[in-house]
Design a protein around this ligand. Structure first.
Ligand SMILES: Cc1ncc(COP(=O)(O)O)c(C=O)c1O
Length: 382
């Protein structure tokens, strides 16, 4: 099976598995325990937290500066940001039309509780449009949350510009950087955001851990209660082992970023160009192609083809890819991202996502292109 569904999750890197198994063998115990073993676990946890912050360009000393709150993953970090950042009462929240469900559905919950939620539209390339942002920010606003790059198209969002406008209005900005970290250089301080979400299983780290980075002056109200861990912002016993996996994966991803970025982009472009040459532009189109994109993501429309049938045919042909947002039943809803881009129903219902990783090889990409072409030709005939 050739795996091109890396925006969904990635393979755990061997070095990460090794570091985690050594951590489990070292028997790190509860970092909140007072005995020596607990203190040893606390020191290792604090080291990992500080290293992760440093890798991300955060400014930290152990007791002040930017902070990093470990969570169970990106979904929890996004929820924590949306419900807990900024002044807790009153004020609208602004998001973009293409946020991950862990932001858009959390925003629906806020709306149901009386918060005004405003949604920035995107253009046909999937880039958030900021024309109304300053006007909206003239109203009391608790938080703006916009992703760094879209999970379905890979299209980069104008977060630097948004952060500039937010600072002019003194409104905190949260950036969901889940798909960008490890693929393009990301520096938390340069972004000048108040908070940023990270999820290491997207860059060959462990599933079950994520983080919310907070700048030194933003306030986070907790969503859970019952412990003093992580300054009571996210209580619960921390896993030193998962934290070490996170730290190791981030170090590896950042170390490999320039070479891997160039290679993934070369392979992604090769895949798109080969398909275009073989099938022609009247049979397929690349969603978001005119915008700046992450180097490893390709969202391809085959109008007239049913995306679900195509993904299943590809699965049978030994290619694992995705239709975008899969729901629990395994079927897929039409992509809210592609809908927000104003694409036609035919394009939306025929679009699939292919996402590479630093492990993807040229042979695999050539094989994927061949198998997609065959499946499309077969589906078009039938
Ligand atoms: C942009 C984005 N944000 C958040 C998440 C949620 O992350 P996690 O799977 O760690 O909960 C994802 C996962 O696909 C994502 O793509």
């Amino acid at each position: 099976m050739i795996y091109v569904d890396n925006n969904s999750t990635t393979r755990l890197a061997d070095e990460v598995a090794q570091a985690m198994s050594e951590a489990y063998a070292a028997g790190y115990l509860n970092p909140s325990s007072q005995h020596q073993l607990g203190q040893k676990a606390r020191r290792r946890l604090d080291d990992a937290r500080e290293n992760i912050l440093n890798f991300l360009g955060g400014e930290t000393t152990r007791f002040q500066g930017d902070r990093l709150v470990f969570t169970s993953g990106g979904t929890e970090a996004n929820n924590l940001a949306l419900f807990g950042l900024g002044k807790i009462t009153g004020g609208q929240v602004i998001i973009s039309a293409i946020e991950h469900p862990s932001i858009s559905e959390a925003a629906d919950q806020l709306r149901a509780r009386g918060t005004i939620v405003r949604v920035l539209p995107v253009n046909t390339d999937g880039v958030a449009q900021l024309d109304q942002l300053s006007d909206w920010l003239a109203e009391p606003t608790r938080l703006v949350s916009v992703m760094l790059a879209n999970n379905e198209t890979g299209v980069l969002q104008p977060v630097t510009e948004i952060s500039h406008i937010c600072r002019q209005h003194g409104v905190p900005l949260h950036v969901d950087a889940v798909q960008g970290i490890g693929k393009i250089p990301v520096n938390f301080r340069s972004l000048q955001a108040s908070a940023m979400t990270i999820s290491p299983h997207k860059f060959h780290g462990p599933r079950g851990i994520g983080a919310l980075v907070l700048d030194d002056h933003v306030k986070l109200n907790p969503a859970m209660f019952g412990g003093s861990q992580q300054l009571a912002m996210r209580p619960g016993t921390e896993s030193v082992e998962l934290t070490i996996g996170f730290e190791t994966a981030l170090k590896l991803a950042i170390g490999a970023i320039s070479e891997a970025g160039i290679r993934m982009q070369f392979l992604r472009d090769r895949l798109e160009d080969t398909l275009l040459k073989d099938l022609g532009s009247d049979v397929m189109a690349i969603n978001g192609r005119n915008a700046l994109r992450l180097p490893h993501t390709s969202n391809i429309a085959f109008p007239g083809i049913d995306r679900q049938a195509l993904v299943m045919a590809l699965d049978m042909a030994g290619v694992a890819c995705s239709t975008g947002s899969a729901c629990a039943s395994g079927s897929s809803e039409p992509s809210p991202t592609l809908i927000a881009m104003g694409l036609s129903e035919e394009v939306i219902s025929g679009s699939i996502r292919l996402s590479l990783s630093r492990d993807t090889t040229e042979e695999e990409i050539d094989e994927v292109a061949k198998r997609i072409s065959n499946c499309i030709k077969h589906l078009r005939r039938s």
